[in-house]
Design a protein around this ligand. Structure first.
Ligand SMILES: [Fe+2]
Length: 244
């Protein structure tokens, strides 16, 4: 799967529009950071392997735009379900916009380089390889590093949202998610909102790739269900919600 040049361009324009609409005082320094690494910014993938998510040119911006969208939707759902939200709209969108910034590299050199080894492309679905010249950093740490490198300040909530957006998929985050005393429980809900938005966006991107014929494993022969009738899961869910 890939994006057309027109789609890549449209996604980038949408991205800049999100910044214009949601970001206040920091807009100019953010725009100058983006200008500094524009080619990488526009063309980077969101991952290196086909079956991860958005492992194609322009996949990064496509993913981040989706995370911003889902974060706003998750925010509404969380409030609707009775959760307490304690951050501003700008804080949520800022954290969503830059949670994966580290995937672009260190602000000067790119993180992803095209995989030139045909065998690794075919057998491992590896479309990009990590730049071996970069110092190792976890992606969220590098995201925060790049923001400070370009003199872009952030609130504590934005910091925590970016730093912990992988949730407990990253073991290094466990101290933030499992507490022994109430006072060390997460106080801001931006962490949960952003983590779930990112998780769902990545999963949807995988689903889109899969629906478009993406596969790295042999097809399994389908077996018929015992009733022989397929249930539309959204119909079932709608009926369930109606009966609540
Ligand atoms: Fe992400």
């Amino acid at each position: 799967m890939s994006l057309t040049p027109e789609q890549i361009q449209a996604n980038y324009q949408k991205h800049l529009k999100i910044i214009d609409n949601y970001i206040g005082d920091r807009k100019d320094s953010i725009k100058s950071m983006i200008n500094h690494m524009e080619e990488t910014y526009v063309m980077a993938p969101a991952s290196g392997r086909k079956w991860y998510h958005n492992a194609f040119a322009g996949g990064y911006v496509d993913h981040v735009n989706r995370v911003v969208h889902y974060a706003v939707e998750q925010h509404r759902l969380y409030q609707k379900m009775g959760g307490t939200t304690d951050y501003t709209e700008e804080e949520l969108v800022f954290a969503a916009l830059f949670h994966d910034l580290g995937k672009l590299g260190d602000g000067d050199e790119p993180n992803y380089l095209p995989q030139t080894d045909k065998w690794r492309q075919d057998k491992l679905s590896e479309m990009y390889q990590y730049n071996p010249d970069l110092d190792f950093m976890l992606i969220p740490d590098r995201s925060l590093f790049i923001l400070q490198k370009f003199g872009i300040p952030m609130s504590q909530k934005e910091f925590l949202g970016i730093r912990l957006h992988d949730g407990v998929f990253d073991k290094a985050n466990e101290a933030y998610f499992f507490s022994n005393v109430e006072s060390s429980r997460q106080k801001t809900s931006i962490i949960s909102i952003l983590h779930t938005a990112d998780f769902l966006a990545s999963k949807v991107e995988y689903d889109i790739w899969k629906r478009n014929g993406g596969s790295t494993i042999p097809k399994v022969k389908k077996t018929k269900s015992t009733s022989g009738k397929r249930v539309n899961s959204s119909d079932g869910l709608n009926n369930l919600l109606k009966n609540l």
